[in-house]
Design a protein around this ligand. Sequence first.
Ligand SMILES: [Zn+2]
Length: 317
Amino acid sequence: MDKTLENILVCPGCHGPLTHQAETLICTDTHCQSLPRQWPMVRGVPVMFDEAQSFFRIADARSILESPGRSRWHRWLSKAWHARPGLDRNVAAERNYRHLEQLLRDTQEGLVLVVGCGDEGVGIHHLRTSPHVTLIGLDIRWTASVAVIGDAQQLPFSDEVFDAVVLQGVLEHVLDIFQVEKEVFRILKAQGLVYCELPFLQPNHGGAFDLTRFTWTGHRRFWRRFTQLEAGVCCGPGMAMANMVQQFARAWLPFRAWRILSDWLTDWLFWWLKYLDDWLTKNPASLDGASGLFFLGRKSDHVLSDAELIATYRGGQ
Ligand SMILES: [Zn+2]
């Protein structure tokens, strides 16, 4: 295991120290209530679910890690299917990650936790390629960018060790977002940074694991223990419109095969709508019809009051 990671990894249940025996990490706190109190390392990746609290199971993550992966034929088919113009466009992520990378230059380590790193987020290459930044990826499932398998609600890291935490299109998929906020606050150093993108007007995109949407004010209140450095629209009304049209078409169709065909067709008919967002997002009213919103903030001792919160609204209503 990487030395940086080994130094900050703790029990996800009690945050007690771990001992490392062969391919197993064991919690050394005898009062620990977590289950199973020891965690396997599979192919060098620690699988750190506290099964007393988490919905996720070590055995499931382990079986994915140990499976041979998709065949070449399957990968080719998947690539061919996705080779069509998508409806989604992020107009702010590139700029925001450049900003975050600049801010991280002022920190000693530039240690960043990417929660839900499995699918490479738009713009995150600005962090990955920076000599000032060390990324640690966490997800519930293994992919090439995952360093630790764990649950965002019980992060297996010591208090105040990260310079930044990134949650790009992740929070809508967790069961208890307020528990995640507590965990992010705990593992961030004083003055630590958070970058979050969340959907506002987006149809379901995770089946049962799509739980939450936020308006501007809702999102700002969620991060009220953080000072805002920048916030706004990352995915605009054009993308929202295209996705809603696609969803409207799907809603007529009773069979999955028809819906897949309909998605393909609506992708080809409405892909261009997302490019309108380059103009639309310059207008304050786009805040009220955005597909997604972002927040970049700094951990603070001051909690934003509700009066201050209401004054932050700058949409078109
Ligand atoms: Zn423990």
